[in-house]
Design a protein around this ligand. Structure first.
Ligand SMILES: NC(=O)c1ccc[n+]([C@@H]2O[C@H](COP(=O)([O-])OP(=O)(O)OC[C@H]3O[C@@H](n4cnc5c(N)ncnc54)[C@H](O)[C@@H]3O)[C@@H](O)[C@H]2O)c1
Length: 344
């Protein structure tokens, strides 16, 4: 069997690095394209070290035509498109940056793929496209009603991919709607490396545990949930990464457009997450209950049956495991990739 080559845009980022490890260890060759706006070349080196294989790393922007034509000079069998901006709050403040990068970047990528007749793409979408859930669990046929510019960029790219597949029946787009990825690779050498104040709960807790932040603020303690704090569907990033390998394989065997949720199907509250991290780190996490944040929802978790039926994928790792692995990454890399403690 010939080895397939996968272009991974945004491959140096949090989910991209974990996915590149799984691709390399599953026998794919990988080309990583990243502008390092939210990541570090060191992350790619560490991927190579874990997998024991080389990555072809290209520094550049998906919106740069010259870079894209260079990338597509080599034969590419399929693309996994992670490159995007992802902070909900920032998207409200800087919508044009978000539409430009996330929608404009996806269009530039599709144009380059069209030119070289590359017809397989796996796209990073988000449960954010559902907005405020009417019923739980959320299945893929729930209405798409994003409530912020970031969510709109994802919904728009989904529509573009739907039309792209309708125009050419040999094309495949697998749109993965992620729930809440957490944790890190069990080696402790790659993980989430927020440059500013973390937007997400998990890296914030990890930074409190390591002493970088005094305490966690929990946004609302009066939600309609068993303990009053928000409930989300947290999945281990390695499970999520494996979902991409399964989606890619499915994409090589099938044509057309598909939305697929990737989540565990189980909700965990903020207080449950704090307790799980405390057990993993053997430390107390200080927290205070603050007001609710505009745009937040009480609870959100996935109906993961499509992933199981179509991809044969289901989450195998627990929240506890994610806390153990995330804590290992945090301890070994207190300053993320900038510290380069475990580069070796
Ligand atoms: N992390 C989450 O909680 C989450 C949840 C749902 C969906 N997603 C989506 O998954 C994808 C990956 O998320 P992540 O958490 O790994 O984010 P990340 O910021 O760690 O990774 C994104 C990578 O893309 C690169 N990038 C951004 N714009 C680029 C451009 N124009 N050209 C080239 N490279 C560019 C960044 O430098 C970074 O390495 C994103 O599309 C994000 O919207 C993430």
């Amino acid at each position: 069997m010939t080895v397939k080559t996968v272009l991974v845009t945004g491959g140096a980022g949090y989910i991209g690095t974990h996915t590149m490890v799984e691709l390399l260890t599953s026998g794919y060759d990988v080309v990583c394209l990243d502008n390092f706006s939210n990541s570090s070349p060191e992350a790619v080196k560490r991927v190579e070290k874990i997998a024991g294989k080389r990555v072809t790393s290209v520094t550049g922007d998906v919106r740069d035509r010259e870079v894209m034509s260079r990338v597509f000079k080599r034969p590419i069998d399929g693309v996994i498109h992670f490159a995007a901006l992802k902070a909900v709050g920032e998207s409200v403040a800087k919508p044009t940056d978000y539409y430009g990068n996330n929608v404009g970047g996806s269009l530039a990528l599709l144009e380059a793929m069209n030119e070289r007749k590359v017809r397989r793409i796996v796209f990073s979408s988000s449960a954010t496209v559902y907005g405020v859930p009417e019923t739980l669990p959320l299945s893929e046929d729930a209405p798409v009603r994003p409530i912020n510019p970031y969510g709109h960029t994802k919904a728009m790219v989904e529509q573009i991919l739907r039309d792209w597949c309708a125009a050419d029946l040999t094309c495949t787009a697998i749109v993965l709607r992620y729930f809440n990825p957490i944790g890190a690779h069990p080696s402790g050498t790659i993980g989430e490396d927020p440059h500013d104040v973390p937007n997400n709960l998990f890296p914030f807790i990890a930074q409190v545990a390591i002493g970088k932040r005094d305490k966690l603020t929990i946004w609302g303690g009066d939600w309609e949930t068993p303990d009053g704090t928000g409930v989300r569907d947290y999945l281990h990033v390695v499970d999520l990464a494996r979902g991409h390998v399964d989606a890619l394989r499915y994409g090589f065997e099938n044509t057309g457009y598909r939305n697929i949720n990737l989540g565990t199907g189980q909700g965990t509250s903020v207080l449950q997450m704090v307790a799980a991290f405390e057990r993993a780190a053997s430390k107390k996490i200080s927290f205070a209950i603050g007001p609710r944040r505009a745009g937040d929802v009480a609870a959100c978790w996935a109906d993961g049956s499509s992933a199981q039926q179509l991809l044969g994928w289901r989450a195998a790792m627990s929240v506890e495991q994610a806390c153990v692995d995330g804590w290992r990454w945090q301890q070994q890399n207190p300053d993320g990739y900038r510290g380069q403690r475990t580069a070796g």
